[in-house]
Design a protein around this ligand. Structure first.
Ligand code: FES
Length: 190
């Protein structure tokens, strides 16, 4: 991907707060379509000022791309006229941001109080063991990303596991195998 940059020089050590006019001339080597950059650019350009807006922009970028690959981080840095290191620093500080593409399915285990006291810790441990990942990691086959999340508002069903938008309630440790099998069988896996 080539990023063309115009008029993006910070003066006197101050970062510019106006969105910068840049254009992405080709998609990156990875699967990063130009339309997604266009969407991100429109979001940034709609802001009156980008000062203090880096986190909001990163959230939007992660919504659009699903993750924050290096090219997207660099794009944001150039667009805002700030150092790439500043963007990388924020991305690596907040665990919410991820620089790796997620799995086909997001498997979220609620670790809110109601779920926790009803055994969510055992459920997530079992999932980690079965999938051979830690929280916020993706399985080797790219099928699942495991996440621990806060209360999702279904405490009456605690402990709760979500796969994408589907809610599984009163999940016991031993139910984990069936949930995984359900999605693997859709892929023709065992
Ligand atoms: S604590 Fe898990 S849904 Fe509320």
């Amino acid at each position: 991907m080539e990023i063309l940059l115009k008029d993006n020089v910070a003066k006197d050590g101050e970062y510019m707060t106006e969105p910068q006019a840049i254009s992405v001339t080709a998609p990156a080597a990875e699967d990063l379509p130009k339309e997604k950059f266009d969407e991100l650019e429109a979001f940034i350009d709609s802001m009156e000022t980008t000062k203090g807006a880096l986190i909001a922009i990163l959230h939007k970028a992660q919504d659009i791309f699903g993750y924050l690959p290096r090219d997207v981080q660099l794009y944001i840095a150039r667009k805002l006229g700030i150092p790439g290191a500043e963007v990388f620093g924020v991305v690596s500080f907040y665990s919410y941001f991820t620089t790796k593409p997620g799995g086909k399915h997001t498997l979220s285990v609620c670790m809110g109080t109601a779920c926790f006291v009803r055994g969510a810790d055992k459920v997530i441990e079992r999932l980690k063991e079965k999938l051979n990942v830690e929280s916020n990691e993706t399985t080797e086959d790219g099928l699942f990303t495991l996440k621990d999340v806060r209360c999702i508002g279904a405490c009456g069903l605690a402990p709760v596991v979500m796969v994408d938008d589907k809610v599984y309630g009163r999940v016991r440790e031993e139910d984990v195998d069936d949930i995984i099998r359900e999605y693997r069988s859709q892929e023709g896996q065992q």
